[in-house]
Design a protein around this ligand. Sequence first.
Ligand SMILES: N[C@@H](CCC(=O)N[C@@H](CS)C(=O)NCC(=O)O)C(=O)O
Length: 208
Amino acid sequence: MIILHHLNNSRSQRILWLLEELGADYEVKHYTRDAETRLAPDALKAVHPLGKSPVIEDGGKVIAESGAIIDYLIRTYGGGKLMPKAGTDAHEAYLEWLHFGEGSAMLPLLLAMYVRRLGDAGAPLWPRIQSEIGNHLSYMAGALGENAYFVGDSLTGADIQLVFVLEAAAVSGALANFPNLETYLARMQDRTAYKRAIEVGGDYALGG
Ligand SMILES: N[C@@H](CCC(=O)N[C@@H](CS)C(=O)NCC(=O)O)C(=O)O
């Protein structure tokens, strides 16, 4: 049985959504952020040395990093669904988006979250942070265009990885200039599996 170590209000919501899309059998172990520091409890370090979420356990394997978890779960339990066939151009695009979500897009969004706490001291950093957020969102908006999904004509793991990025961007109002991303996000959040995952995960301030 797959075990998901789930932290409230976190990227782990991606994995819950994916497990619901897959219709997989899974168990959730819930962890709650410290009310003041917003950090994960130490108990997560007993599962994986980084002490972050998401982490899954499956058949003796412990896997961290949402992109790696999405890739593993889809390859193992997807039965050909939720990713393009390996060896195709679409599969290369799929992998690129999976990595882009955490490797590029999240960095300026996280910087924004931290630099905001610096008040005036952070002022010199804002132009670069904002231009990078805009750069990533314009790239995503241009690639998505009027398509329903980021890759191909059905949901893939890339959409699951990227929706969290859009949710994080929406918090600061950064999506307002990108109506196609807003429409796409609302459509993804309206999926039955997404909504079921919210019920299972509990407290999730980023969703809708
Ligand atoms: N790149 C990792 C990031 C993991 C991560 O930073 N998770 C956050 C939650 S969104 C976390 O566990 N933070 C709590 C802490 O650092 O104490 C992934 O995509 O899984």
